[in-house]
Ligand binder design. Structure first.
Ligand code: PGA
Length: 250
């Protein structure tokens, strides 16, 4: 049985004060949604604060990115070992904003995935097609290519402790959500691809949906057999909304 997982990707939002307030709100409601795993993903500079606020709670945390390199002359980058200093459980790799705004290729994303795993951080691999790709009918080919880059480097066993997030680029931050049917179709496709290599592992891997998921549409999405949770952007910045999404997964 896959435990539902609701993760808040805060992106480049928040301040020390707003984060304290947000976490207090999430902590207050967390017991009510204990059936669902919760985690938050602040900017790097707030990881210490988040660790301090959450270390005695059941809520996990992680980073939004990491360097593919272990250490050295990489000004402005953050190494996985530094994330471990803040006891991160997870790290997001290959978010579409990293791919499109910061030039991360499938190969770079795969190397980041490998770097994370090597030091025991669980990667959350984001995949998803643009609107143009969906309209061209190549959604499955795009998602398959993105996953294959990781399989080529890490093999199917690389996904044992990993999480996948299907995030159609056209649905991120746009208020436009994939229908539950559209999302389920891609989630099932991803699971079937992994199952061709290892069916037991494929049945364990959690595949989250991301892209304008909110309390109002969460129940329908989370009711789908292959949607195991959500990677939530905008709606994760409000404790009530974030908790309501988790509640829909209980
Ligand atoms: P959104 O972002 O929920 O604001 O669409 C999701 C994401 O980018 O992870």
């Amino acid at each position: 049985m896959r435990r539902k997982f609701v993760a808040g990707n805060w992106k480049m939002n928040g301040s020390a004060n707003s984060i304290r307030e947000l976490l207090q709100g999430i902590r207050e409601g967390a017991a009510e949604v204990a059936a669902v795993e919760l985690a938050v993903f602040p900017s790097f500079v707030y990881l210490g604060l988040v660790e301090q606020q959450l270390s005695d709670s059941s809520i996990g945390w992680g980073a939004q990115n990491l360097s593919e390199h272990a250490s050295g002359a990489h000004t402005g980058e953050v190494a996985g070992s530094m994330l471990q200093d803040f006891h991160c459980d997870y790290v997001i790799v290959g978010h579409s904003e990293r791919r499109t705004l910061y030039g991360e290729t499938d190969e770079i994303v795969a190397r980041k995935f490998a770097t994370a795993r090597k030091i025991g951080l669980k990667p959350i691999l984001c995949v998803g097609e643009t609107l143009q790709e969906r309209e061209q009918g190549v959604t499955e080919a795009v998602v398959e290519r993105q996953i294959k880059a990781v399989l080529d480097l890490e093999g199917i066993s690389g996904f044992a402790d990993a999480v996948i997030a299907y995030e159609p680029v056209w649905a991120i931050g746009t208020g436009r959500t994939a229908t539950a049917g559209q999302a389920q179709e891609v989630h099932a496709f991803i699971r079937a691809k992994l199952a061709q290599l290892d069916s037991a592992l494929a049945s364990q891997v959690r595949i989250l949906y991301g892209g304008s998921m909110k309390a109002a549409n969460a129940a329908e999405l989370l009711a789908m057999p292959d949607i195991d949770g959500g990677l939530i952007g905008g709606a994760s910045l409000e404790a009530k909304e974030f908790l309501a999404i988790a509640k829909a997964g209980c």
